[in-house]
Write a protein that binds this ligand. Structure first.
Ligand code: PLP
Length: 397
């Protein structure tokens, strides 16, 4: 473990490519079904992947690619991929509809009296609300205290009932769970707990469309992928898919979290099979990563396969947002939100600051490296985005 300046990193000593049974959930056939399902929506388009050549030259690495999920289904974030697939799998299970496509599900139930319930800091709830709306179902979405107004109104615009609580994210998930029990609704949560695994696994499978597309878009295999984590479902989905695809030759995965909600980092620190919880306000500008309890399935996958776990302050994300918004040379500008840009911010700081130099060596980042980032959201809180990118809020300390 190193603790230099503001950044904390743990190199995974358990890393082992021996197959976990969870890999079966990310087989080529399943990923094909997931991708075909997403493709059945008229909004489906492969999201752009940019080759940031000038930035790669500046940082003396071979490639820097960034996949821009702000284009996903017009919803400014990747999360709909998981919620939509999980709702589809659930409906196909209860109706016996074999074919998983938007049209077949749309026709499957005439009495649409099911409510889908979820808790969210914005993006997941918007994806669930959008899917429920498209298929003609009701959605009830719980949000933690302090949720951004734009994120709330975007969910209401999808016809969902939104309940903003006076609790943090983890306690809000609890409230949504209790509400589902009492109301008889179906909880569609992007994290698992004991006895609740089927829907979260479908959600994780849904995210795999991203890496399936990205591996088609890059001209050669990445050597390193930086993945930001809240509960870790997104990162574990990508991580598992990479191991299924490449085995021992899989790219190195570096998991990145904010200090105040670094539950995966803390789990790596304790290094037990059971994931650890971070409690308190979980306060961070990276709202999508503001989660105190890892998804246990995700932790199992990340503990086995990921290369390193990083915890960093908010200004790392802010720096990433500014770099992507104002590129050098002919690079494409990317509007990357607080929860999306922490990976590029981290790379920039470990390259620019000598005290972090051993991290580059330990991760094996050098002039041959081909680095992939996934920008998981755009400016989902436009006011905060402008304060950070235009006004320089959260400067590098
Ligand atoms: C934009 C964004 N990126 C990353 C994540 C992290 O995903 P997970 O909670 O599955 O780790 C989230 C979660 O909401 C998010 O909204």
């Amino acid at each position: 473990m190193s603790n230099i300046g503001d950044l904390k990193i743990i190199y995974n000593k358990n890393k082992d490519n021996k197959a976990l049974e969870e890999l079966e959930y990310f087989s080529g056939d399943i990923i094909k079904e997931v991708r075909n399902f997403h493709n059945s929506f008229s909004e489906y388009k492969i999201t752009p992947l940019h080759d940031l050549q000038a930035l790669a030259r500046e940082y003396n690495v071979n490639k820097i690619w960034i996949k821009d999920e702000s284009y996903r289904f017009g919803l400014n974030a990747f999360k709909v991929l998981g919620g939509s697939y999980a709702i589809a799998k659930y409906l196909s299970k209860i109706t016996g509809t074999g074919k998983l496509s938007f049209d077949s599900l749309n026709k499957a139930l005439s009495a649409k009296d099911i409510s889908f319930i979820t808790a969210t800091d914005g993006n997941h709830g918007r994806g669930v609300a959008w899917t429920a709306n498209r298929l003609g179902y009701k959605a009830v979405v719980f949000m933690p205290e302090g949720s951004a107004e734009d994120r709330i109104s975007n969910i209401r615009r999808e016809g969902a009932e939104v309940i903003v609580t006076d609790k943090n994210y983890d306690d809000t998930v609890q409230l949504a769970q209790e509400y589902a029990k009492v109301s008889g609704g179906i909880i569609v949560q992007d994290t698992a707990w004991e006895g609740y695994e089927e829907i979260p696994l479908w959600i994780m499978q849904g995210y795999a469309t991203i890496i399936d597309e990205a591996l088609e878009q890059v001209q050669s295999k990445p050597t390193h992928i930086f993945l930001q984590a809240g509960v870790g479902s997104f990162a574990a989905s990508i991580q598992a898919s990479l191991i299924v695809r490449f085995g021992d030759e899989a790219p190195k995965v570096i998991i990145v979290e904010p200090h105040n909600a670094n539950c995966i980092y803390k789990s790596a620190q304790y290094n037990t099979e059971k994931a650890q919880t971070v409690s308190g306000s979980l306060s961070t500008i990276m709202a999508g990563l503001s989660c105190g309890t890892p998804n246990p399935i995700a932790w199992k996958i990340l503990r086995r396969y990921s290369t390193a776990f990083v915890s960093c302050p908010d200004y790392f994300a802010a720096r990433g947002m500014r770099i992507l918004a104002s590129p050098t040379g002919d690079d494409q500008a990317v509007i990357s939100g607080e929860s999306a840009a922490v990976g590029p911010g981290l790379l920039s700081l470990i390259i620019d600051h000598q005290e972090y130099g051993d991290i580059l060596d330990n991760l094996g980042i050098n002039s041959d490296s081909k680095i992939l980032f996934i920008s998981t959201e755009g400016d989902t809180d436009p006011l905060m985005y402008k304060k950070i990118v235009w006004d320089g809020l959260y400067p590098v300390l």
